[in-house]
Design a protein around this ligand. Structure first.
Ligand code: FES
Length: 160
């Protein structure tokens, strides 16, 4: 990924062309560019489209997948639902702490990883499970977690 900041006007122009006045798709597209929904961009979106800012914020706070604060590059969600808990999700969380030094709700100081827990990922048959950047992993051991995180870090190092 380039370090160049995205051009807000260009992004809003493209998003409105594509999604019209559909608030949620507009916000999803904005978030793809910034990894969250910066306040100044939401204000510009409101000015550009005439959609009241309150309506934009209502959508932004209603959906769990929309974020008003900066997110890490890589999002780790470990399931701590009953099945995953019984099958050892606590050990997976400990392993993330060993590898990255973060616990649930924390982000690494370089902004690369955020760890969050969820109640059920809907794939209890392969518990314990986690999702990293939208990709599902099941039947995990702490060793698997370490391997997955190391691969992501190696790939990021090569791309830099
Ligand atoms: S309890 Fe973890 S996937 Fe359902």
């Amino acid at each position: 990924m380039s370090n160049k900041l995205p051009d807000v006007e260009e992004i809003l122009e493209g998003a409105v062309k594509k999604h019209g006045l559909a608030v949620v798709p507009l916000l999803q597209e904005i978030q793809e560019h910034f990894r969250y929904l910066p306040e100044e961009v939401l204000r510009k979106l409101s000015q550009k489209t005439g959609i009241p800012l309150i309506e934009i914020y209502h959508a932004a706070t209603f959906y769990n997948s929309l974020y008003l604060t900066p997110r890490a590059k890589h999002q780790i969600n470990i399931c701590t639902g009953t099945t995953c808990h019984i099958r050892g999700s606590g050990k997976l969380i400990e392993e993330v702490f060993q590898v990255l030094g973060i616990g649930p709700g924390e982000t690494t100081s370089d902004g690369n990883f955020t760890l969050e827990t969820v109640n059920c990922l809907g794939c209890c048959a392969v518990a314990p499970a986690m999702v990293v950047d939208g990709k599902y992993y099941g039947n995990l051991t702490p060793g698997d977690v370490r391997e997955i995180l190391n691969k992501i870090m190696e790939k990021a190092a090569v791309e830099e």
